[in-house]
Design a protein. Structure first.
Length: 341
Protein backbone atom coordinates (compact mmCIF):
# COMPACT_ATOMS: atom_id res chain seq x y z
CA UNK A 1 0.00 0.00 0.00
CA UNK A 2 1.07 3.60 -0.52
CA UNK A 3 1.36 5.91 2.48
CA UNK A 4 -1.90 7.64 1.59
CA UNK A 5 -3.72 4.35 1.07
CA UNK A 6 -2.43 2.99 4.39
CA UNK A 7 -3.43 6.17 6.26
CA UNK A 8 -6.94 6.28 4.82
CA UNK A 9 -7.52 2.55 5.29
CA UNK A 10 -6.35 2.77 8.92
CA UNK A 11 -8.69 5.67 9.67
CA UNK A 12 -11.58 3.90 7.94
CA UNK A 13 -10.92 0.63 9.82
CA UNK A 14 -10.23 -1.24 6.60
CA UNK A 15 -7.56 -3.95 6.24
CA UNK A 16 -3.98 -2.69 5.95
CA UNK A 17 -0.58 -4.20 5.19
CA UNK A 18 0.56 -2.63 8.47
CA UNK A 19 -0.87 0.14 10.66
CA UNK A 20 -0.17 3.69 9.54
CA UNK A 21 2.31 5.67 11.60
CA UNK A 22 3.16 9.27 12.44
CA UNK A 23 6.31 10.64 14.04
CA UNK A 24 4.52 13.69 15.40
CA UNK A 25 6.05 17.15 15.75
CA UNK A 26 9.49 17.18 17.39
CA UNK A 27 10.27 20.41 19.25
CA UNK A 28 13.50 22.08 18.05
CA UNK A 29 15.79 20.60 20.72
CA UNK A 30 14.37 17.11 20.21
CA UNK A 31 14.59 17.53 16.44
CA UNK A 32 18.31 18.28 16.69
CA UNK A 33 18.88 15.14 18.78
CA UNK A 34 16.95 12.99 16.32
CA UNK A 35 18.78 14.34 13.29
CA UNK A 36 22.12 13.68 14.97
CA UNK A 37 21.16 10.16 16.05
CA UNK A 38 19.82 9.14 12.65
CA UNK A 39 22.66 10.93 10.82
CA UNK A 40 20.36 12.95 8.59
CA UNK A 41 20.18 16.67 7.84
CA UNK A 42 16.43 17.31 7.84
CA UNK A 43 13.13 16.09 9.23
CA UNK A 44 12.14 15.09 5.70
CA UNK A 45 15.18 12.81 5.51
CA UNK A 46 14.38 11.46 8.98
CA UNK A 47 10.82 10.60 7.97
CA UNK A 48 12.11 8.74 4.93
CA UNK A 49 14.57 6.80 7.05
CA UNK A 50 11.98 5.65 9.60
CA UNK A 51 9.31 5.09 6.90
CA UNK A 52 6.71 7.40 8.37
CA UNK A 53 3.28 7.78 6.68
CA UNK A 54 2.00 11.23 7.63
CA UNK A 55 3.43 14.61 6.63
CA UNK A 56 2.26 17.44 8.84
CA UNK A 57 1.89 20.92 7.37
CA UNK A 58 1.78 23.85 9.77
CA UNK A 59 -0.51 26.71 8.77
CA UNK A 60 1.58 29.74 7.71
CA UNK A 61 0.42 32.51 10.04
CA UNK A 62 2.37 35.72 10.58
CA UNK A 63 1.54 37.78 13.63
CA UNK A 64 4.32 38.85 15.95
CA UNK A 65 5.73 37.82 18.28
CA UNK A 66 4.87 34.12 18.00
CA UNK A 67 3.93 33.88 14.30
CA UNK A 68 1.88 30.79 15.10
CA UNK A 69 -1.86 30.37 14.78
CA UNK A 70 -2.24 29.00 18.31
CA UNK A 71 -0.98 32.37 19.57
CA UNK A 72 -3.15 34.55 17.36
CA UNK A 73 -4.88 36.39 20.21
CA UNK A 74 -3.29 38.90 22.59
CA UNK A 75 -5.67 38.19 25.46
CA UNK A 76 -3.13 38.34 28.29
CA UNK A 77 -3.19 41.38 30.56
CA UNK A 78 0.23 40.41 31.88
CA UNK A 79 3.34 40.79 29.72
CA UNK A 80 3.42 37.34 28.12
CA UNK A 81 5.19 37.79 24.83
CA UNK A 82 7.04 34.61 24.00
CA UNK A 83 5.18 31.62 22.61
CA UNK A 84 7.06 29.34 24.99
CA UNK A 85 5.94 31.45 27.98
CA UNK A 86 2.26 31.78 27.12
CA UNK A 87 -0.11 30.63 29.84
CA UNK A 88 -3.80 30.06 30.38
CA UNK A 89 -3.54 31.22 33.98
CA UNK A 90 -2.67 34.86 33.36
CA UNK A 91 -5.59 37.33 33.63
CA UNK A 92 -7.31 37.79 30.27
CA UNK A 93 -8.94 40.72 28.47
CA UNK A 94 -12.45 39.55 29.38
CA UNK A 95 -11.59 38.78 33.01
CA UNK A 96 -14.12 41.20 34.51
CA UNK A 97 -16.46 41.66 31.56
CA UNK A 98 -20.14 40.77 31.82
CA UNK A 99 -21.70 42.63 28.88
CA UNK A 100 -21.75 40.66 25.64
CA UNK A 101 -21.49 43.83 23.54
CA UNK A 102 -17.99 44.24 25.00
CA UNK A 103 -16.87 41.34 22.82
CA UNK A 104 -16.37 43.73 19.92
CA UNK A 105 -14.05 45.93 22.01
CA UNK A 106 -11.24 43.40 21.77
CA UNK A 107 -8.79 43.91 18.91
CA UNK A 108 -9.68 40.74 17.05
CA UNK A 109 -7.12 39.80 14.38
CA UNK A 110 -8.35 39.37 10.83
CA UNK A 111 -6.93 36.13 9.36
CA UNK A 112 -6.58 37.80 5.96
CA UNK A 113 -4.03 40.20 7.46
CA UNK A 114 -1.80 37.38 8.68
CA UNK A 115 -2.18 34.64 6.07
CA UNK A 116 -1.24 34.62 2.42
CA UNK A 117 -3.08 32.28 0.06
CA UNK A 118 -0.08 31.90 -2.22
CA UNK A 119 2.15 30.94 0.72
CA UNK A 120 -0.44 28.44 1.96
CA UNK A 121 -0.63 26.89 -1.50
CA UNK A 122 3.16 26.79 -1.74
CA UNK A 123 3.69 24.92 1.55
CA UNK A 124 1.13 22.30 0.56
CA UNK A 125 2.62 21.86 -2.90
CA UNK A 126 6.15 21.67 -1.44
CA UNK A 127 5.21 18.74 0.80
CA UNK A 128 6.09 15.26 -0.52
CA UNK A 129 2.92 14.24 -2.29
CA UNK A 130 3.31 10.51 -1.60
CA UNK A 131 2.60 11.08 2.12
CA UNK A 132 -0.79 11.49 3.72
CA UNK A 133 -0.83 15.28 4.03
CA UNK A 134 -2.12 16.57 7.37
CA UNK A 135 -2.97 20.24 7.86
CA UNK A 136 -2.19 21.18 11.46
CA UNK A 137 -5.01 23.67 12.05
CA UNK A 138 -5.44 23.33 15.83
CA UNK A 139 -8.50 25.65 15.90
CA UNK A 140 -8.37 25.49 19.70
CA UNK A 141 -11.46 27.59 20.42
CA UNK A 142 -11.97 26.26 23.97
CA UNK A 143 -8.39 26.83 25.08
CA UNK A 144 -8.44 30.32 23.58
CA UNK A 145 -11.70 31.05 25.40
CA UNK A 146 -10.00 30.02 28.62
CA UNK A 147 -7.12 32.39 27.84
CA UNK A 148 -9.60 35.18 27.01
CA UNK A 149 -10.78 35.28 30.62
CA UNK A 150 -7.94 33.51 32.40
CA UNK A 151 -8.71 29.83 32.86
CA UNK A 152 -10.25 29.88 36.34
CA UNK A 153 -12.37 32.90 35.44
CA UNK A 154 -13.40 31.28 32.16
CA UNK A 155 -14.68 28.13 33.86
CA UNK A 156 -16.52 30.21 36.47
CA UNK A 157 -18.01 32.44 33.77
CA UNK A 158 -19.25 29.34 31.99
CA UNK A 159 -21.37 28.66 35.10
CA UNK A 160 -22.28 32.16 36.30
CA UNK A 161 -22.59 34.03 32.99
CA UNK A 162 -22.87 31.44 30.22
CA UNK A 163 -24.12 34.01 27.72
CA UNK A 164 -20.86 35.95 28.08
CA UNK A 165 -18.72 32.83 27.71
CA UNK A 166 -20.68 31.72 24.66
CA UNK A 167 -20.29 35.13 23.01
CA UNK A 168 -16.51 34.99 23.37
CA UNK A 169 -16.03 31.38 22.26
CA UNK A 170 -18.35 31.96 19.28
CA UNK A 171 -16.19 34.90 18.15
CA UNK A 172 -13.05 32.78 18.49
CA UNK A 173 -14.67 29.97 16.49
CA UNK A 174 -15.53 32.48 13.77
CA UNK A 175 -11.86 33.46 13.53
CA UNK A 176 -10.79 29.83 13.04
CA UNK A 177 -13.48 29.14 10.46
CA UNK A 178 -12.22 32.14 8.47
CA UNK A 179 -8.56 31.19 8.85
CA UNK A 180 -9.20 27.57 7.93
CA UNK A 181 -11.15 28.61 4.84
CA UNK A 182 -8.13 30.55 3.57
CA UNK A 183 -5.89 27.51 4.01
CA UNK A 184 -8.43 25.04 2.62
CA UNK A 185 -9.05 27.18 -0.48
CA UNK A 186 -5.32 27.21 -1.13
CA UNK A 187 -4.76 23.50 -0.37
CA UNK A 188 -7.63 22.21 -2.48
CA UNK A 189 -7.73 18.46 -2.95
CA UNK A 190 -4.02 17.98 -2.18
CA UNK A 191 -4.75 17.82 1.57
CA UNK A 192 -5.89 14.48 3.04
CA UNK A 193 -6.72 15.36 6.64
CA UNK A 194 -6.60 18.08 9.28
CA UNK A 195 -5.73 18.10 12.96
CA UNK A 196 -7.92 20.22 15.23
CA UNK A 197 -8.64 20.10 18.92
CA UNK A 198 -8.57 21.28 22.49
CA UNK A 199 -7.25 19.75 25.68
CA UNK A 200 -10.16 18.64 27.89
CA UNK A 201 -8.52 16.03 30.09
CA UNK A 202 -6.27 15.83 33.10
CA UNK A 203 -4.39 12.64 33.96
CA UNK A 204 -7.38 11.26 35.89
CA UNK A 205 -10.52 12.81 34.43
CA UNK A 206 -11.97 15.67 32.42
CA UNK A 207 -11.24 19.22 33.57
CA UNK A 208 -14.94 20.06 33.37
CA UNK A 209 -18.10 18.05 33.06
CA UNK A 210 -19.15 16.40 29.81
CA UNK A 211 -22.38 18.39 30.01
CA UNK A 212 -20.55 21.73 30.00
CA UNK A 213 -18.35 20.64 27.10
CA UNK A 214 -21.39 19.54 25.13
CA UNK A 215 -23.24 22.78 25.79
CA UNK A 216 -20.51 25.38 25.38
CA UNK A 217 -17.69 23.84 23.31
CA UNK A 218 -18.99 21.17 20.99
CA UNK A 219 -21.26 23.48 18.93
CA UNK A 220 -18.09 25.16 17.67
CA UNK A 221 -16.33 21.81 17.29
CA UNK A 222 -19.17 20.60 15.08
CA UNK A 223 -18.78 23.63 12.81
CA UNK A 224 -15.03 23.08 12.49
CA UNK A 225 -15.43 19.36 11.72
CA UNK A 226 -18.20 19.99 9.19
CA UNK A 227 -16.10 22.67 7.47
CA UNK A 228 -13.26 20.18 6.91
CA UNK A 229 -15.60 17.40 5.81
CA UNK A 230 -17.18 19.71 3.24
CA UNK A 231 -13.72 19.87 1.61
CA UNK A 232 -13.37 16.09 1.70
CA UNK A 233 -10.73 16.05 4.47
CA UNK A 234 -10.52 13.52 7.28
CA UNK A 235 -10.55 15.10 10.74
CA UNK A 236 -8.23 14.02 13.55
CA UNK A 237 -9.45 15.53 16.81
CA UNK A 238 -6.85 16.14 19.50
CA UNK A 239 -7.28 16.20 23.25
CA UNK A 240 -4.71 15.21 25.83
CA UNK A 241 -5.75 13.48 29.02
CA UNK A 242 -8.50 11.17 30.23
CA UNK A 243 -11.33 11.86 27.77
CA UNK A 244 -13.00 8.44 27.58
CA UNK A 245 -16.38 9.83 28.68
CA UNK A 246 -16.61 12.15 25.66
CA UNK A 247 -15.19 9.83 22.99
CA UNK A 248 -18.75 8.84 21.97
CA UNK A 249 -19.51 12.56 21.55
CA UNK A 250 -16.47 13.08 19.33
CA UNK A 251 -17.53 10.11 17.21
CA UNK A 252 -21.05 11.54 16.89
CA UNK A 253 -19.64 14.96 15.97
CA UNK A 254 -17.87 13.32 13.05
CA UNK A 255 -14.25 13.05 14.17
CA UNK A 256 -12.60 10.45 11.94
CA UNK A 257 -9.81 9.73 14.43
CA UNK A 258 -9.11 10.70 18.03
CA UNK A 259 -5.64 11.75 19.08
CA UNK A 260 -3.35 11.12 20.97
CA UNK A 261 -4.46 8.19 23.23
CA UNK A 262 -2.51 9.45 26.24
CA UNK A 263 -1.53 5.96 27.25
CA UNK A 264 -1.14 6.48 31.02
CA UNK A 265 -4.26 8.61 31.50
CA UNK A 266 -7.23 7.02 33.24
CA UNK A 267 -9.15 4.58 30.97
CA UNK A 268 -7.09 5.60 27.92
CA UNK A 269 -5.01 2.45 27.57
CA UNK A 270 -5.20 0.82 24.16
CA UNK A 271 -6.79 -2.40 25.43
CA UNK A 272 -9.72 -0.54 27.00
CA UNK A 273 -10.25 1.60 23.91
CA UNK A 274 -10.02 -1.41 21.60
CA UNK A 275 -12.64 -3.28 23.61
CA UNK A 276 -15.03 -0.32 23.77
CA UNK A 277 -14.63 1.28 20.37
CA UNK A 278 -13.32 -1.33 17.93
CA UNK A 279 -14.69 -0.52 14.45
CA UNK A 280 -16.65 2.43 15.91
CA UNK A 281 -13.78 4.87 15.88
CA UNK A 282 -10.18 5.28 14.81
CA UNK A 283 -7.35 6.56 16.97
CA UNK A 284 -3.87 8.04 16.69
CA UNK A 285 -1.13 7.61 19.30
CA UNK A 286 -0.82 4.82 21.83
CA UNK A 287 2.95 4.64 22.46
CA UNK A 288 3.41 6.20 25.88
CA UNK A 289 5.44 9.41 25.73
CA UNK A 290 5.27 10.13 29.47
CA UNK A 291 7.35 7.19 30.68
CA UNK A 292 8.04 4.52 28.05
CA UNK A 293 9.71 6.64 25.35
CA UNK A 294 11.63 8.57 28.02
CA UNK A 295 12.73 5.83 30.43
CA UNK A 296 12.01 2.55 28.65
CA UNK A 297 14.30 0.38 26.59
CA UNK A 298 14.06 -0.23 22.83
CA UNK A 299 12.96 -3.79 23.60
CA UNK A 300 10.09 -2.49 25.72
CA UNK A 301 9.07 -0.07 22.98
CA UNK A 302 9.09 -2.83 20.39
CA UNK A 303 6.95 -4.99 22.68
CA UNK A 304 4.44 -2.16 23.09
CA UNK A 305 4.18 -1.63 19.33
CA UNK A 306 3.60 -5.35 18.76
CA UNK A 307 0.90 -5.25 21.45
CA UNK A 308 -0.77 -2.29 19.74
CA UNK A 309 -0.71 -4.10 16.42
CA UNK A 310 -2.47 -7.06 18.02
CA UNK A 311 -5.11 -4.84 19.65
CA UNK A 312 -5.58 -2.69 16.56
CA UNK A 313 -4.86 -4.61 13.34
CA UNK A 314 -6.32 -1.45 11.81
CA UNK A 315 -8.00 1.66 13.20
CA UNK A 316 -4.89 3.00 14.98
CA UNK A 317 -2.27 5.32 13.53
CA UNK A 318 0.62 4.27 15.75
CA UNK A 319 2.43 7.29 17.12
CA UNK A 320 3.85 8.71 20.35
CA UNK A 321 1.04 9.56 22.78
CA UNK A 322 1.70 13.28 22.38
CA UNK A 323 2.22 15.14 19.13
CA UNK A 324 5.26 17.01 20.45
CA UNK A 325 8.39 14.87 20.65
CA UNK A 326 10.21 16.40 23.64
CA UNK A 327 13.97 16.54 24.31
CA UNK A 328 13.83 13.79 26.96
CA UNK A 329 12.54 11.26 24.42
CA UNK A 330 15.30 8.76 23.62
CA UNK A 331 16.09 8.69 19.89
CA UNK A 332 16.81 4.96 20.13
CA UNK A 333 13.23 4.45 21.31
CA UNK A 334 11.88 6.34 18.31
CA UNK A 335 14.01 4.06 16.16
CA UNK A 336 12.57 1.01 17.92
CA UNK A 337 9.00 2.26 17.51
CA UNK A 338 9.25 2.53 13.74
CA UNK A 339 11.35 -0.58 13.30
CA UNK A 340 8.70 -2.60 15.13
CA UNK A 341 6.03 -1.45 12.70
Amino acid sequence: MTRKERFLATIENRPVDRPASWLGLPVPEAEAKLLEYFAVSSVDALKLKINDDVYAIEVPFHKAPANHIVSAFDFAKDDVNKYEDRTLTTPGFFEDETETDRVDDFNWPDPKDHMDSDECRAVVEAAPQDYALLGVMWSCHFQDACAAFGMENALMTMLTDPEMFDAVIARITEFYLEANAIFYDAAGDKLDAVLIGNDFGSQQCLMLSPELIRKHVFPGTKKLIDQAHERGYKVIHHSCGAIDSIIPDLIELGADAIHPIQALAQDMDAKTLSQKYSKKAAFCGGVDAQYLLVNGTPAEVRAKVHELKELFPTGLIISPSHEAILPDTKPENIEALFAAL
